[in-house]
Design a protein. Structure first.
Length: 277
């Protein structure tokens, strides 16, 4: 029978290691100037330039009077999607630390420590997810400019959704990193995943909210509607829209369910492959 003191000691070792790995990932991100610049530049570029540029297409002219055809502007519509974009890029790109640690021997040293593979992976994923949520919060600073009214309750709900999304996407990044052996290969392959995932999620071009799902399939190409509806990121962004601008195209609980299931499945897959390292 295992001594309770021994169990407590093992638990403290695991928790201490988990905290250390999490802190290392967070500190690494603050030393990466490229990541910090991208975290600031990306939302400004998308919200200010793209948002203003396409804003007129959300308006229609009736009897000489210009009205918004939907109860929000394009700036408001794209705002939650830009949060998801910042989280998407940061989460997946943070997994490059797996390749970095493998190349320079740090991963080998950690693997022979008393820490379990699950603890090591969880520390890295939580660290990357934390940084991704921070980058998502940078977009929230532009809420006033996008005419999005935030309350403390909305911010707290958004933070919860952002954390779930970041955890799932960081796990996805680790799955990719487990199969890539070079930094260049990771960058190319991750972008090949990030861009199609984002652009087919109804993030920047909305399926007309005035149409029913049956009408949508008549107006838009069948293949595009199918890709949007099968893309998990669609429902994550939809949940953020429901929280921040009070608009949902799908069941608001569906996004939470899909993000939760995706996070568990992707982390389990990452752990399965990580144990083979």
């Amino acid at each position: 029978m295992t001594d309770p003191g021994t169990k407590r000691s093992v638990l403290m070792i695991q928790l201490g290691g988990l905290y250390g790995l999490w802190l290392r990932e967070v500190r690494r991100s603050f030393r990466d100037r490229g990541q910090l610049i991208g975290g600031f530049r990306r939302p400004i570029l998308w919200v200010v330039i793209l948002g203003i540029g396409l804003n007129p297409y959300f308006r229609g002219e009736v009897f000489g009077k210009i009205n918004f055809v939907v109860p929000f502007t394009y700036l408001q519509f794209i705002f939650p999607a830009v949060i998801a974009l910042n989280i998407l890029f940061t989460s997946v790109q943070s997994a490059v630390s797996v390749i970095w640690d493998r190349e320079f021997g740090f991963l080998r040293e950690v693997l022979v420590s008393p820490l379990s593979r699950g603890t090591i992976l969880l520390g890295k994923v939580l660290g990357g997810a934390t940084v991704a949520v921070m980058h998502g919060c940078l977009v929230l600073l532009l809420a006033k400019f996008a005419d999005v009214n935030l309350t403390w309750m909305k911010v707290l709900e958004a933070l919860g959704l952002m954390a779930m999304l970041a955890f799932a996407l960081t796990s996805l990044g680790v799955v990719i990193a487990n199969h890539i052996r070079s930094f260049q290969g990771f960058g190319i392959f991750s972008n090949a995943v990030i861009l199609p995932l984002y652009f087919t999620s109804s993030s920047i071009f909305p399926l007309d909210p005035a149409l029913s799902q049956e009408q949508t399939r008549v107006v838009y190409p069948e293949w595009l509607v199918t890709m949007v509806e099968w893309n998990p990121l669609t429902y994550a962004i939809d949940s953020l829209r429901g929280t921040l601008i009070d608009y949902n195209q799908f069941d608001p609980h569906l996004g939470i369910l899909i993000m939760g299931v995706s996070g568990v499945v992707l982390f389990a897959l990452a752990l399965f492959e990580f144990r083979r390292v």
